[in-house]
Ligand binder design. Structure first.
Ligand SMILES: O=C(CO)COP(=O)(O)O
Length: 263
């Protein structure tokens, strides 16, 4: 059986762009993608705005029948109740969020989210029908001490052991040292870890799950380096931070096929 993994170009806006700026950004993104004849069935595009923008993004996407998908940057492990400041997966589902990011390194570092929390958040997303984008990655210190694969593989295993093997998830490999540094991993480094992550999927969930699950690379991705990553066998897309705030640059990343040979 041949499994085709549709590439996913995802933009994590982090804590940038208020709801008015979000409207302008999504409009510009949609216009640019349409203008370039973006083949949505061949390359999926998704944005991850702050929670306060999601309703505006939903309205725009719905009103214009856009093929751009969107999701939250985090969710609560709880379904609802006395959890001040938390956002339930139910609320995201109600806003037609297709995806939600879980376990981003900024959440792990600043909000002390450990593997247990990330696994429970992944389960919560799945429970509400929102596809989790599970982030894993090593710090510079981890890299020096354990090599590149050990920490991300361990982080992924913790999630895979906690949720059903038939689950639909996306994995994002984001080396912490490459995030926002302008110092992306090399395509070969990304491939090496993504291959190890796919082997982890195969071991925990079986070959079919490993063949269908998309693994993204994230960390200083831009239009000038995307083609090198996408040429790797086990890299199925990108999770883009800074460069996703500029809709023309983000749309150019989504056109990675046109940049082959420019890296
Ligand atoms: O953290 C990231 C996406 O989630 C990557 O951020 P940058 O693309 O800004 O390095």
């Amino acid at each position: 059986m041949v499994t085709t993994r549709i590439p996913l170009i995802a933009g994590n806006w982090k804590m940038n762009l208020d709801h008015l700026q979000a409207i302008a950004t999504v409009q510009k993104l949609a216009w640019t993608l349409r203008d370039k004849g973006h083949p949505f069935s061949e390359v999926e595009v998704a944005v991850f705005p702050p929670f306060t923008d999601l309703r505006s993004v939903q309205t725009l996407v719905g009103a214009d029948s856009l093929d751009v998908r969107y999701g939250g940057q985090d969710l609560s492990e709880h379904d609802g109740g006395a959890y001040t400041g938390e956002i339930s997966g139910q609320f995201l589902a109600k806003l037609d969020c297709h995806y939600v990011i879980v376990g981003h390194s900024e959440r792990r570092e600043y909000h002390h989210e450990d593997d247990g929390v990330v696994a429970r958040k992944t389960a919560a997303a799945l429970k509400h029908g929102v596809t989790p984008v599970v982030c894993v990655g090593e710090t510079a210190a981890d890299l020096e001490e354990h090599g590149a694969s050990a920490v991300p593989v361990g982080q992924l295993k913790a999630v895979l052991d906690a949720v059903d093997a038939a689950s639909d998830i996306v994995v994002a490999y984001e080396p912490v040292w490459a995030i926002g540094s302008g110092q992306a991993a090399t395509p070969e480094q990304a491939q090496q870890v993504c291959q190890a992550l796919r082997a982890t999927l195969a071991e925990a969930w079986g070959d079919e799950a490993a063949a269908r699950t998309r693994i993204l690379y994230g960390g200083s991705v831009k239009s000038s380096n995307i083609a090198g990553f996408m040429a790797q066998k086990d890299v199925d897309g990108a999770l883009v931070g800074g460069a996703s705030l500029d809709p023309e640059e983000f749309a150019a990343i989504a056109r990675f096929r046109n940049h082959v040979g420019t890296v």
